[in-house]
Design a protein around this ligand. Structure first.
Ligand SMILES: Cc1ncc(C[n+]2csc(CCOP(=O)(O)OP(=O)(O)O)c2C)c(N)n1
Ligand SMILES: [Mg+2]
Length: 349
């Protein structure tokens, strides 16, 4: 059964209850304290600013390869990963470079990866979109769509067999759900009750393929029924709704009750990558989704909880931009690894 989650927040708080809610205790704040809500807001802004900067750097020719922007999808990343533990594992897709920020990775490492610097976690080996970091339990994205879910599922099986702490978060798009690898992974996790939160970022497009040519199913989360796990549909622009759905999935995973499939209805503002002008979709469609920008939506929710985002926004943006500037300067000053290193970490020694 698919559960619908993420209805729009109800009535605006009155002045009196707004004052009372400076430490939100009710359900509207998803059980989060004011400090936690502001931390989420900071992360939302950080994901946006780092991703936008990566787009500019790529177009300036500062790094090679490509960039797959997730601008517009930040509420999915922050909402699902906020509160994850260092022992948890993340399997991002090609679009989820900024997921690393929520896992606590400094911007400096991400820029080092984009520039293929000697100090990037993989020492310049992977394509820039494929950020992984063993130190942070982030699995380098597999280029083959949905193969990443098989890798994450394998990690979850390993954690279970070795009785190790931690759960896994796996990310993929709507297009990935049509591949055999996707179904094999989800089926296996259902059978073995693995601790995984599977997150589908349904942004309506897989490169130029629209969702209507991808599936006849009403909701992608309905596919969960076939694999014996809960399937949840959530408004992927609503940070608190995503977080609430994810927290229930996290609770199940930590309790050994198995995986959950969460479908987040979202949208990528830009083309599939920076070399895609996205002429296959209408300007009206893009404009309609931009109106549902997750950042102002969250600012409105904060206001309803008596928290003024406006009073901290500039300070947050300044802090983040400073970190970005330092990271870019470090990456530009850092050399490529020695070409002889290309053979390292390929064969067991
Ligand atoms: C098996 C396979 N087929 C095709 C590709 C090329 N490819 C890379 S991303 C992508 C689109 C994926 O769409 P979706 O899963 O919806 O994720 P999104 O890019 O929208 O985040 C394709 C076709 C690939 N990497 N692997
Ligand atoms: Mg897609």
């Amino acid at each position: 059964m698919t559960v619908q989650s993420g209805k729009k927040p109800s009535a605006t708080a009155t002045k009196t209850n707004r004052r009372k809610m400076t430490q939100p205790r009710n359900n509207k704040g998803a059980g989060l304290s004011q400090a936690q809500l502001l931390e989420m807001y900071h992360l939302l802004l950080k994901c946006r600013l780092v991703d936008e900067r990566a787009r500019v750097l790529f177009r300036q020719g500062k790094f090679k390869g490509n960039h797959y922007s997730a601008v517009g999808q930040e509420a999915v990343t922050v909402g699902t990963l906020y509160g994850c533990q260092p022992s948890d594992w993340v399997g991002p897709s090609h679009r989820d470079m900024v997921a690393a920020l929520v896992k606590g990775v400094p911007v400096k490492l991400i820029m080092a990866q984009l520039y293929a610097c000697v100090d990037s976690p993989d020492r310049g080996k992977s394509t820039p979109a494929h950020f992984g970091s063993p130190e942070h339990n982030i699995i380098t994205p597999a280029s083959t769509i949905a193969a990443q879910w098989q890798l994450v599922t394998g990690v979850a099986l390993g954690l279970k067999m070795q009785k190790r702490e931690g759960i896994c978060f796996a990310y993929a798009g709507d297009g990935a759900t049509s591949t055999g690898a996707w179904h094999e992974a989800v089926n296996f996790a259902g059978v073995h009750k693995l601790g995984i939160i599977y997150v589908i970022q349904n942004n309506l497009w897989a490169e130029s393929v629209p969702l209507r040519l991808q599936t006849a199913a009403k909701n992608l989360a309905d596919k969960a029924v076939g694999y014996g796990m809960p399937g949840v549909v959530v408004d992927g622009m609503d940070l608190l709704a995503v977080h609430k759905a994810a927290q229930e999935a996290v609770r199940r995973a930590r309790a050994g009750q198995g995986p959950t499939l969460i479908e987040c209805k979202t949208y990528r503002w830009y083309g599939h990558s920076e070399i895609d002008p996205a002429r296959y979709r209408s300007q009206e469609e893009v404009a309609a989704w931009k109106k549902r920008d997750p950042i102002p939506l969250f600012e409105k929710q904060l206001a309803e909880l008596g928290i003024s985002a406006g009073s901290v926004k500039k300070q947050f943006e300044d802090e983040i931009n400073r970190e970005i500037e330092e990271a870019v300067a470090a990456a530009e000053a850092s050399p490529y690894p020695d070409p002889a290193e290309a053979w390292d970490h390929i064969y067991a020694e």
